[in-house]
Design a binder for this molecule. Structure first.
Ligand SMILES: CC(C)(COP(=O)(O)OP(=O)(O)OC[C@H]1O[C@@H](n2cnc3c(N)ncnc32)[C@H](O)[C@@H]1OP(=O)(O)O)[C@@H](O)C(=O)NCCC(=O)NCCS
Length: 168
């Protein structure tokens, strides 16, 4: 049973440990999440969530409003979108269906807001397993882009596609 809860300052050590795992570094080589600072902030354009499996933390989901995110990482984007980052901390927890459940919870959370029209994801071009993962969830690749010098694909899941997949 997986649930999502807000990340808190007590999670700092675990988040830093997960950031050092090879599969996490491979998916996001340059990012410094600055947990020591960010775990104390709760801006209204962001949710930083920990996924727990029967109470055991297994991974992270960040949901942002890309139009309002303060570094403008996504550049000029329309309002009413969300962008998600996801990773599982321990390699031994990969490939067991947990990520799928985490994304389903995160997408339900995003689309619970009636104004949200679509959700974006930006995996590295090299992260082919993640591409398959997102495609299975209904995401469609819409463009290639560089983010901070990294070659990425942008994937989008529109509300109507999510809704029909949920109800099929
Ligand atoms: C991507 C990720 C969240 C998926 O969660 P998961 O629990 O492993 O996935 P599930 O068991 O629900 O689904 C299996 C699929 O996940 C993907 N996956 C599994 N291991 C993966 C890995 N090490 N890296 C990327 N994707 C992986 C594959 O698409 C896999 O399907 P496949 O076996 O047919 O290749 C998880 O694998 C992960 O944290 N990977 C490393 C970090 C990452 O790539 N995050 C995404 C950045 S955009």
């Amino acid at each position: 049973m997986i649930n999502l809860r807000p990340a808190i300052p007590d999670d700092l050590e675990l988040l830093r440990y997960w950031d050092e795992q090879p599969h996490v570094i491979a998916s996001d080589p340059d990012d410094d999440w600055q947990w020591e600072k960010e775990l104390y902030r709760t801006p209204d354009w962001r949710e930083q969530l920990l996924a727990e499996l029967d109470g055991r933390p297994i991974g992270v989901i960040q949901i942002i409003d890309p139009a309002r995110e303060e570094s403008h990482y996504w550049g000029e984007v329309p309002a009413n979108l969300r962008a998600i980052d996801i990773w599982i901390g321990e390699a031994s927890d990969l490939g067991k269906g947990y990520g799928t459940q985490m994304m389903q919870l995160a997408l339900a959370r995003c689309f619970a807001e009636p104004d949200v029209t679509a959700v974006l994801i930006d995996p590295l071009v090299s992260n082919t397993r993640a591409h398959r993962f997102y495609e299975r969830l209904g995401f469609q690749r819409i463009e290639s882009r560089q983010f901070g010098g990294d070659d990425c694909f942008v994937y989008r899941l529109k509300r109507e596609d999510w809704y029909s997949l949920e109800n099929s």
